[in-house]
Structures are given as structure tokens and as C-alpha cells.
Design a protein around this ligand. Structure first.
Ligand code: SF4
Length: 288
């Protein structure tokens, strides 16, 4: 739980605050952007919530925060914020919330579909979330985009009996039920393609759903300040040239949404997204 004694001085005066245990994962900044922003190496409350809708979003940030770094000076009922996750993004695609410290606060997502629900990366194994996922039909498959965002995967496996998918190049001794190999895309189902994108890690992979929603792990995210797609060389753990080549191959696909592990999700019309991808590949090549 956040501690008032550790309250960051950069917070706006008032009820909600971020304390010094913040790991700067950015989650609160996109869950409740009206109230949280970035300060030096952390988040802060730059403006106190002024409406009940803003207070609800701020409470959702409390629930999503992986380290419990968001607090309030008054007591709040968090049940509605707990019940708000998984939070619908569009159609049958949800943000799970309940980010895990062991994934450095990475986002995870749920696709609800008649053929079996799919989790993309692992949220915290939290009882309120599990009950909500059960109400949405449970989970049949957990797709792990890479080795860093696997969090509580074993608890989800034990609880739901789901099938975990992970590229063997990122297995690090983890024996999953469905290992994938190589660089060629894999058609998991009529509506789901798995696309290896080595670069950030050797075994990174994306999941493309309905040729519309691209779950990108740490391969690709939206940069809200620059209003463009981005990939980070600073956190490229394997090979930047490989990541650039993977991005160029990914640019051949059509999609509208990018849903990353870290950073902001974003939607563009498919043609605009394709143009953004081409532009990003050129920037990556120049940065080689
Ligand atoms: S969600 Fe928590 S850890 Fe992440 S940036 Fe916000 S306060 Fe910091």
C-alpha cells in the first residue's frame, strides 16, 4: 500500500498521490490520463480527480498499479474499480488491469471468443480478476509475447488448465504446452495468427487477431508525445537489426490497433497504420 510518508513532492495537493515506490511503468498515465502524468523517473498526480468519473479512473489506476504506489488520504471503496477489470477496449478485446511487478508492470489482455478465450501475457493472479474472467468464460490459451511478461503464468495454468504458448528462443527452461519455433507466422485459428518478431528478445512474437488487433509485447508501442509508432533501442535486449527486419516484415500485415505490453495502445485506420509502420521502419534503419 502507498504510504503518505513517501508521498512524492511533485503530486498536486489533495487526496490521490503517488509515493516513492513507483517503478515508472507508465500504467496510471494511460489508465487515468486526466490525473496522472510523468515527472522525473516516476508518475505523479498532476491534477486531482474532479468528477466521479475521474475518481473511478484513478481508483482503476490504484488497482492496476503493479507495486501499490498510488494512495489516497481518505478511504475509498475500491470494489467498483476492481470489478471494472477486465476493461473493454473494443469489441471483445479487454485490458486485464492488475499489472504484475514481476513483469515490470506490463499490460495483459483478454480476447473473449466462442472458440475459447485467449490471454495475452500474464496479469497478477488476483481473486477479483479471476472471478471476472471466469464470468467471461475462463481462459483456454495464454499467449506469452516474450520471456519478460510471463508474471503469474503458472498460477493461471494451474487454475484454468490453459495452454501456454511461448517461442522456444525465449523459453529459458520453461516448458510450455505449445512451444513455437522459427520465424514463419503460425495460424493458430482462423482468426488468430502468431508472428515471430525477433529483436527485442530472440523469441519475441506478436499475436494478430481478426487482422485488426495486434498484440505487440515489447516490440512496438505508440508514442503519445510524438504521436507516432515507436520501438526502443534502449530496451532492445537481443538485436536491433533483427528487430528492424522483424518490423519491416510486420509492416506487410494489415491491422488497426496496437496493444503493447509497455506503453500506450492506439488505433488508426488500417491505411494510416500501414503508413506509420513504413515510417517507423525507415527511422529504425537510420538508427542502425
Ligand atoms: S502504475 Fe504505479 S508503478 Fe506504474 S507509473 Fe503509475 S504509480 Fe508508478
Amino acid at each position: 500500500m502507498a504510504a503518505e510518508a513517501k508521498r512524492l513532492a511533485a503530486n498536486a495537493a489533495g487526496d490521490f498521490f503517488v509515493d516513492s515506490t513507483c517503478i515508472d511503468c507508465s500504467t496510471c498515465r494511460w489508465v487515468a490520463p486526466a490525473n496522472f502524468d510523468e515527472t522525473e523517473g516516476a508518475s505523479r498526480v498532476y491534477r486531482q480527480p474532479a468528477t466521479e468519473a475521474e475518481r473511478h479512473q484513478a481508483r482503476m489506476a490504484v488497482i492496476a498499479c503493479p507495486v501499490g504506489a498510488i494512495g489516497t488520504t481518505t478511504k475509498h471503496d475500491l470494489h467498483a474499480a476492481e470489478a471494472a477489470f477486465p476493461d473493454q477496449i473494443a469489441e471483445n478485446v479487454f485490458h486485464c488491469g492488475y499489472h504484475a511487478r514481476s513483469s515490470y508492470g506490463a499490460a495483459s489482455y483478454l480476447i473473449v471468443r466462442p472458440e475459447g478465450n485467449v490471454l495475452i501475457d500474464s496479469p497478477r493472479f488476483a481473486r477479483p480478476l479471476i472471478r471476472r474472467i471466469e464470468a467471461l468464460g475462463g481462459v483456454r490459451t495464454m499467449f506469452l509475447t516474450h520471456c519478460d511478461d510471463i508474471a503469474d503464468h503458472q498460477k493461471f495454468r494451474d487454475h484454468f488448465g490453459l495452454t501456454r504458448i511461448l517461442h522456444t528462443a525465449d523459453a529459458r527452461g520453461l516448458a510450455v504446452e505449445m512451444p513455437i519455433t522459427g520465424r514463419e507466422p503460425i495460424r493458430l485459428a482462423e482468426d488468430i495468427a502468431l508472428i515471430p518478431v525477433p529483436g527485442h528478445t530472440r523469441g519475441s512474437a506478436c499475436l494478430l487477431y481478426r487482422d485488426k488487433f495486434l498484440f505487440t509485447g515489447d516490440h512496438l508501442s505508440w508514442r503519445p508525445g510524438k504521436e507516432r509508432l515507436g520501438a526502443s533501442r534502449d530496451v532492445c535486449w537481443y538485436d536491433w537489426d533483427e528487430q528492424t527486419a522483424s518490423m519491416a516484415a510486420l509492416a506487410d500485415y494489415r491491422f488497426e490497433w496496437i496493444l503493447p505490453g509497455h506503453g500506450h495502445r492506439h488505433r488508426l485506420a488500417a491505411d494510416a497504420m500501414a503508413a506509420e509502420m513504413k515510417s517507423l521502419v525507415q527511422r529504425m534503419k537510420r538508427a542502425a
